[in-house]
Design a protein around this ligand. Structure first.
Ligand code: PLP
Length: 378
């Protein structure tokens, strides 16, 4: 099976697997216990935190280790629900993942303002900036790269706007980290990431906060871990394994030619796909997009639902949108925000990994042509 669903989750990177096994063997103790074995586990954890902080461009004390992006998003939004004045609005883009949208609606209700997106899947910067003039929000949340379309969001520009007037910004960088250089992310007040999106294990992630302040209101109570910001015994093996995977990608990204090649492979696939399948449209338009993601509005054929099934039978694992909305009748909020709600059943998402060779994209294209022919004739 050729795997084109890396935005849903990635296979464990060999370096992550080796690190996980090593920690389980060498540092099995609870880092909070009072013996030498515990100190070794604590040392391994703190070394991994420091390496992660270095990659993100922040201080180790800014990193809160969590179970993944969903927990990190809930933690930071819970925090703000406790500390913000009750009548202040928060501004969140409509194309955020449900991990942000749901807790934002839960904690802020009518104080939540949704910032629209353009038909190309990028947040509407003009609207955003006008909204700042109109009524300054108390908090902003904007993702770095969209999980469904891959469109890169102007988070650096929005960060500048926010910083100029002292408004905190949450950047959900779950799809950015491990795919693009991440050294600037630490400039944002709050950054969210999840290990399993970049070759780390499932169930580990992080929230980057402004400083060591233990004033971050914890969501999980029950222990003093993470400077009182997140209770519960730390997942030492998971954290070390996450950082091992991220370090591999960070060193790969140090060679600019690697990204150039990946971008060229994606462009070639898109050009050939549009030529081969009349009516196919690549989502995202001319916006900058993740090198690994292609979201396509497929041409109309008698039975749309069978694209994924036919591709699966041909040996390709692809998605119809975000994994969280797959299998649901309802179009995803991202596609609805882009004005594609009615056509959402015709959308396929292909997302590759670092290990995907260019030849797999060629094989996928050949399979798509074949499935198109089959479906057009059925
Ligand atoms: N944010 C984005 C942009 C995502 O793509 C995802 C998962 O698809 C999440 C948050 C949630 O991640 P996790 O399942 O690791 O909690």
């Amino acid at each position: 099976m050729i795997y084109f669903d890396h935005n849903a989750t990635t296979p464990l990177h060999p370096a992550a697997r080796a690190a996980w096994l090593e920690v389980q063997d060498r540092f099995p103790a609870n880092p909070s216990s009072p013996h030498r074995l515990a100190s070794r586990a604590e040392h391994a954890l703190e070394e991994a935190r420091a390496q992660l902080a270095q990659i993100l461009g922040c201080e180790p004390s800014c990193v809160v280790l969590t179970s993944g992006a969903t927990e990190s998003a809930n933690l930071v939004l819970h925090h703000f629900s406790r500390v913000l004045e009750k009548d202040r609005n928060i501004l969140v883009s409509t194309i955020e993942h449900p991990a942000i949208l749901s807790p934002a609606a839960h904690y802020f209700g009518s104080q939540l303002r949704l910032a629209p997106t353009t038909s190309g899947g990028m947040i509407d910067v003009d609207w955003f900036e006008a909204a700042f003039q109109d009524q300054r929000p108390a908090l902003v949340a904007l993702m770095a790269a969209n999980n469904e379309t891959g469109v890169l969001q102007p988070w650096r520009r929005i960060l500048e706007t926010c910083q100029n007037v002292g408004v905190p910004l949450i950047v959900d960088a779950t799809q950015w980290v491990g795919k693009l250089p991440s050294g600037d992310l630490g400039k944002a007040d709050y950054v969210i990431g999840s290990a399993h999106k970049f070759g780390g294990p499932k169930g580990v992630g992080f929230l980057k906060c402004p400083s060591a302040v233990s004033s971050l209101q914890p969501l999980l109570l029950g222990g003093p871990q993470e400077n009182g910001r997140r209770g519960g015994t730390e997942n030492v093996a998971g954290v070390v394994s996450m950082v091992a995977a991220l370090r591999q990608h960070t060193s790969t990204l140090a060679d600019p030619n690697v990204l150039t090649e990946k971008i060229a492979t994606r462009s070639k696939f898109c050009t050939e796909l549009v030529q081969a399948l009349p009516g196919a449209t690549i989502l995202g338009g001319s916006n900058p997009v993740l090198w690994n993601t292609v979201s396509v509005l497929m041409p109309e054929v008698p039975c749309q639902a069978r694209w994924v099934v036919k591709l699966d039978r041909a040996g390709f694992a692809v998605s119809t949108g975000s994994a969280c909305s797959s299998g649901q009748e309802k179009p995803s909020s991202v596609l609805t925000a882009m004005g594609l709600g009615a056509q959402s059943s015709r959308i396929l998402r292909f997302s590759s990994g670092w290990e995907t060779p260019a030849s797999d994209w060629d094989l996928l294209l050949a399979a798509l042509k074949q499935v198109y022919q089959d479906l057009s004739q059925s």
